[in-house]
Design a protein around this ligand. Sequence first.
Ligand code: NA7
Length: 537
Amino acid sequence: MNTPRIDSAPSGTLDVLVIGAGISGLYQLYRLTQTDLTFAAVEAGSGVGGTWYWNRYPGARFDSESYTYAFFFSKELREEWSWSEHFAGQPEIESYLNHVADRFDLRKYITFDTRVTAMDFDEDTHTWKVTTANGDVIHARFVITGIGMLSAPQYPPVPGIDDFRGVSAHTGLWPQEGVDVAGKKVAVIGTGSTGVQVISAIAGEVGSLTVYQRTPNWCTPLNNAPITDEEQEQIKSTMDQLHESLKSSFAGFMHNFAPVEAGAVSHEERLKFWEQLYNAPGFAKLLGNYMQVMTDKVYNREFSDFVESKIRTRVHDPKVADLLVPDHGYGAKRPPFETNYYEVYNQPNVELVDLRTTPITKITETGIETTEGTEDFDVIIYATGFDAITGAYDRIDITAGGASLNSAWEDGPFTFVGASAPGFPNLFFLVGPHSSSGNVPRMSERQVDFVTGTLGEAVRRGATRVEATFEAAKEWTDHVYELNSTSLAAEEKIDYTYGTNTPGKKIVFRHYDGGLAGLNAKMTAVEDSSYAGFEFK
Ligand code: NA7
């Protein structure tokens, strides 16, 4: 077959189509403005922000430090934007992302309210034909997906959800106009990071609150605070150093594992250290801990016991505390960070329902039925999470050469550095499978730079078709599984990164345990070897 040029593609073909205008999509658009390529983006939402557009429920906020999560690419942006809190709330985050879109004039490239439903690769023209839910067709040589890893919301698989006559909302599809919970009889289903945030945020204003919990989680304080003027000055004057230290950290966070081994200090010293961590911000508890807490069952148990003692101190009713103490090890599920979460259960108008003993059987016109009985509600909040990591891909019919990506990934994703998949040329993933596990914008920043570099290489070579080789994808996928196989989390396989929360989904690891450090090392090696692992034609 002749190698087609861009001008042999259907007229109106873009060089690049970006799907999604969240954190990854926005930065990808910015990087494309620095190239000579023609490009555009489509976004399912009516505004920019992705996760921070859809998840506008009360209490939604960062649990990465605001200034470590934000974009670093522009000195002017860093200087002009002042975060108000160490862990900003959703309204401020959404304003920031809108500011970025306007500041860099990115909005003009984005078509909103446009959800991609299908994509097919044309081997004759080396282009993707992209179809949207509105029936539009877009032709693009390259497609870059910034469609998020937690963007396909899930409801419990119980009958009757549409029958409920009160107000109901999924936290990941929260209505723009909000939901009035003041004085209302409210149910929250789900106690992951989102449930924990929303429960804490609304407990003070509801009439009554019933929490439906399937799995309790190891929640520790976020320890959020306003950023003082002195801190603001310090943060802004050390941004370059901060960026460098985040880029060279394990997971893109400002928290790094303790420099000593857990076993090198006494039990009393460990407890003292954990007390400090408990009072430290955000992810310090996970990533500033002794590394052995994540790798050695003995220390994992000890730390879990420490957090259990905190739960039991904070929750007055021992029977309720029993239900709130997890039976998995700390970190086997992504731990939420909270503000006054456990204290909510001391309120007389709050009830905790244990779905392990009394599962939900259906949603009725007036409320929720469990095996124990029915309770009526004015409002039901579904904080039931997402079909994680591959869910957003499964919802698009992606085909190339007659093969479908969904089928190809049935037994688990098969990727090269989480950026590309053999058999699906000219398609690149941002924050997709096998590529993410830390502070997402820092991972996606590296991925956007990598993908932009790969496109640059294609242009330099005059290539119109770029495909990851089978061997390269096998090597990376094997590496992903091998790293994961030694983790404590792999023994339990209860986190959404294994698909455990999605009925019928194959239980297989879809995340990446090597952090930013592992991803960066591999991407740098690929770049330094003139993109070995890709075939350019
Ligand atoms: P998560 O962490 O997946 O949490 C979802 C919660 O909903 C969790 O407690 C689930 O219990 C519960 N759930 C899910 N399905 C059901 C059904 N069918 N019945 C009852 N309860 C259910 O999602 P989040 O939105 O909280 O957090 C996502 C990310 O946002 C998080 O990782 C951070 O990055 C921020 P389960 O644990 O599955 O038993």
